[in-house]
Write a protein that binds this ligand. Structure first.
Ligand code: CA
Length: 232
């Protein structure tokens, strides 16, 4: 799906110690309609984050009082804010560490204003699940993590397809509810999907094969004549 509508104005915290870059980034963001606050050190950034929740943090790695990667990790421990790393350090190791620490994007200096504006806009279009309001769901020895899109059974990760994960995500998101096939089609395949609703049964069977063979018991229940739910 291609969405050409303008993104909503965002609150952006720019963490950058070089005034010339702070100026460029601020101008680019303000021209795109965003609100900008700035922090020149890690200490200032943490103070700013303690009093307000921005939508995006644009983060320089070389800060006078610490490494931006450490700040990235601290931010990720407490919030799902978008983090875009903006740095002169153009090496693969930093990029990998940045992404592993939860950065959403990485732009290296020098960059064009247009590129930065486009990257910020792309971030704002991404759906985001808030880890603070969506804790992992635990069913016996099975854990469903909607944010990381991961399922573990008895501590071991289970490799699910997108459809299998989405089915489990819907069922486990409301474990007392019974979903009929049409409801699952609407939620997982989308309301525009036309086809045999028994496709749901096929994917549920595959899902069960994967999560039940290692687990202590089955967590997906068939409600005869109705549909599916989590097992109580
Ligand atoms: Ca710097």
């Amino acid at each position: 799906m291609c969405d050409n509508s303008p993104v909503e104005a965002a609150d952006v915290l720019v963490v950058e110690d070089a005034p010339e870059f702070t100026r460029i980034v601020t101008t680019v963001l303000q021209n795109a309609g965003h609100q900008v606050r700035t922090a020149a050190t890690m200490t200032e950034a943490l103070a700013a984050l303690a009093v307000a929740s921005p939508d995006i943090v644009i983060l320089d790695l070389g800060l006078p009082d610490g490494d931006g990667l450490d700040l990235c990790r601290l931010i990720r421990e407490r919030s799902s804010v978008y983090v875009l790393i903006l740095t002169g350090r153009d090496n693969e190791a930093d990029k990998l560490i940045g992404f592993r620490l939860g950065a959403d994007d990485y732009v290296t200096k020098p960059f064009s204003s247009r590129e930065l504006a486009a990257r910020v806009e792309a971030l704002l279009r991404r759906p985001r699940t808030d880890p603070n309001t969506t804790p992992p769901r635990v069913f016996g020895d099975m854990v469903v993590d909607s944010v990381a899109r991961e399922v573990t059974v008895a501590g071991a990760p289970v490799d699910l397809t997108r459809i299998e994960f989405d089915l489990l995500d819907v069922l486990s998101g409301d474990p007392k509810a019974v979903f009929n096939r049409q409801q699952l089609l609407d939620r997982v395949w989308g309301p525009g999907w036309f086809g045999d609703d028994h496709v749901v049964d096929v994917h549920i069977a595959n899902l069960r094969k994967k999560v039940d063979q290692v687990g202590e018991r089955s967590w997906v229940r068939t409600v005869r004549g109705v549909g599916y739910s989590m097992a109580g």
